[in-house]
Write a protein that binds this ligand. Structure first.
Ligand code: AMP
Length: 397
């Protein structure tokens, strides 16, 4: 069975075509960029062959998805004969609000609810909705499944998801912590349990998704009980360009004292802050290089980044009353032994002992055999989860 996985952004679409029988094989994957902008193109990588970049005028998402279909059936770099072979499409949807606690087959009611949640995720849900609408239009009759970044965190208790705000804001406007990156956190936490050879439901696990965006989640016996992102993906640790936690009064100060407008404040907190705000760069590889060359603010940015992560891990150890495994994933978490080491340097009080050689060799378990807490690096695979959920839902119908 063929499942197409789509992650639709405002000017880009990431895709992967999976063949599912007894195992999952990626037949092709790719990225369409600059949709609606000059210089739009599609980078398409068929399994076992070189990537091809096709420059093509793509005025909108419909044209972009049509270009993906063309690439998939192309006689030169295609991997299937006909798009009708695709049995289902799985969509990443960022915000599922409180309605969606798991992945779901999309019908008009579901689509309306996703539209309703767009006010909580104005940057993310609208392009996700567009992705669903164009795939319904271009592949009529093919079932679509929504997989939500927020769903796994719906198990958080009230004490974790409520803010200390007037309760009407929650009841009337849904203002609460939702959390994001759920597909990734859930995947790596379950993989960690498998690697440790223990049921997920018996473990206390802290997962650190550290990419350009980042978040930390506490899993207690298989359930997310707290996570660092909030109503939006702005809360939590210091990220590439996002501030993470700040005193909310800073927003008032910016507006009242410095005359910064609402949209400038939004831009400042989401796009000009975090690592970029501290040292001018948001790519961690550049920052590490500059710090090694003695650039003071690059080192400060690394220190702030690691310190905030340590504080979250420490608080989640308290929330969980102990921890069996601390798991690192995403761009920074998967590729930087140096940063993993810096983050974990304060946890010897838990009986955590690192095997630095294993860490530097990027091994999945990089704590010593006698360590009381497992330190782990697991590569995330959100697309695989979306493909699995889509397959499960459409075969159960
Ligand atoms: P993601 O959003 O998951 O793609 O992660 C992107 C982030 O991972 C960027 O900040 C990259 O600089 C960072 N990254 C990737 N490889 C490395 C590496 N070897 N060392 C440090 N950071 C890395």
């Amino acid at each position: 069975m063929l499942i197409l996985v789509i992650n639709c952004g405002s000017s880009s679409i990431k895709y992967q075509l999976f063949e599912i029988n007894s195992q999952y094989t990626i037949l092709a994957k790719g990225l369409v960029e600059r949709i609606g902008l000059p210089g739009s193109n599609i980078a398409h990588k068929p399994n076992g062959k070189d990537e091809v970049v096709i420059n093509k005028d793509l005025p909108d998402h419909r044209a972009a998805l049509a270009a993906i279909e063309e690439a998939l059936v192309s006689p030169v770099h295609g991997v299937i004969k006909d798009v009708n072979e695709i049995a289902g499409v799985g969509h990443r949807v960022v915000h599922g609000g409180e309605k969606f606690t798991r992945s779901i087959l999309i019908n008009e009611h579901v689509l309306d609810a996703i539209r309703e949640n767009a006010k909580l995720a104005p940057l993310h849900n609208p392009p996700n909705i567009t992705g669903i609408e164009v795939s319904q239009a271009l592949m009529p009759g093919v079932p679509n499944v929504a997989v939500f970044d927020t769903a796994i965190h719906q198990t958080m208790p009230k004490k974790a998801y409520l803010y200390g705000l007037p309760i009407d804001l929650y009841h009337k406007h849904g203002i609460r912590k939702y959390g994001f990156h759920g597909t990734s956190h859930g995947y790596v936490a379950k993989q960690a349990a498998k690697l440790l050879n223990k049921p997920f439901e018996t473990l206390k696990i802290i997962t650190c998704h550290l990419g350009n965006g980042g978040s930390i989640t506490a899993f207690d016996h298989g359930k997310s009980v707290d996570t660092s992102m909030g109503l939006t993906p702005l809360e939590g640790i210091v990220m590439g360009t996002r501030s993470g936690d700040i005193d909310p009064a800073i927003v008032l100060y910016l507006q009242e004292e410095l005359g910064v407008s609402l949209s400038q404040t939004n831009d400042l907190l989401n796009k000009q802050s975090g690592l970029k705000g501290l040292c001018g760069k948001n790519d961690m590889r550049d920052i590490v290089k500059l710090a090694n060359q003695g650039e003071e603010m690059a080192q400060v940015a690394i220190d702030v980044f690691c310190y905030r992560i340590q504080k979250y891990i420490g608080s989640y150890v308290a929330v969980l009353n102990g921890v069996n495994a601390i798991v690192f994933t995403a761009g920074i978490g998967e590729n930087s032994p140096f940063l993993r080491e810096q983050v974990l340097e304060n946890f010897s009080y838990l009986g955590l002992k690192l095997d630095t050689a294993k860490n530097r060799a990027n091994e999945q378990i990089f704590s010593t055999k006698d360590s009381k807490v497992a330190a782990m690096m697991i590569r995330t695979n959100e697309e695989l989860v979306i493909a699995q959920d889509t397959f499960d839902i459409i075969t159960r119908r």
